[in-house]
Design a protein around this ligand. Structure first.
Ligand code: AKG
Ligand code: FE2
Length: 198
């Protein structure tokens, strides 16, 4: 996956607003250590909406066409299937920023009303990505190291697999991409929401 530096510039811009990067508050009161900003649709546990009602109430920035093209190119690369790639029509991106101490617990991406793949792009520090099973948070899982420029696609039987990020490696950032610290992860998704939904 090239274009890392351009993506970092774009993410910095999106982090400025209309909705700023925020630590998501979970319904149980927990606060995520990762900071997130969304495009197209705002994800909040556990639903999508056009406005960031748990942040500043603003409508999220539009999901740009060029990011959809990048998602289709990613599916083409992962599946080697041009038809599958053309069928992928992501309408939201969740942009996560991890500092060296941030983690993400095991979860499923299941707010989407679509079984289309989720395309995940990683930039910056290396991390341990824990890729589990569809039954629960525990074993069996596989720990994979994701590095700057890596592409990961959740599709088919793995679409609803539990996954998380138990560790980010300090001192492994990617200054060439414009990130001196931390890790950026973008997931491109189809929400399955109708454009008129609130
Ligand atoms: O940071 C990652 O690689 C995973 C992010 C993730 O699972 C999510 O945003 O739902
Ligand atoms: Fe996820």
């Amino acid at each position: 996956m090239e274009q890392r530096a351009e993506l970092v510039v774009a993410c910095r811009q999106w982090a400025q607003g209309p909705v700023p990067l925020r630590h998501t508050v979970l319904p149980g009161g927990g606060v995520m250590s990762v900071r997130t900003v969304c495009l197209g649709w705002h994800w909040q546990p556990y639903r999508y909406a056009r406005t960031a009602d748990d942040v500043n109430g603003a409508r999220v920035a539009a999901f740009p066409d060029w990011l959809g093209d990048l998602g289709r190119a990613a599916v083409a690369e992962a599946y080697g299937d041009e038809d599958a790639a053309q069928a992928f029509a992501p309408d939201t991106a969740l942009i996560n920023f991890y500092d060296d101490t941030a983690r993400m617990g095991m979860h499923q991406d299941k707010e989407e009303r679509s079984s289309a793949p989720v395309v995940s792009l990683s930039i910056g520090a290396r991390c341990v990505f824990r890729f589990g099973n569809t039954e629960g948070r525990g074993q069996p899982y596989t720990d994979v190291e994701l590095a700057s420029g890596d592409l990961f696609v959740f599709g088919g039987p793995s679409r609803f697999a539990f996954h998380g990020v138990p560790k980010v490696y300090t001192g492994t950032a990617d200054p060439a991409a414009g990130l001196r610290v931390g890790r950026l992860n973008l997931t491109l998704r189809e929400t399955g929401m109708a454009s008129g939904d609130a």
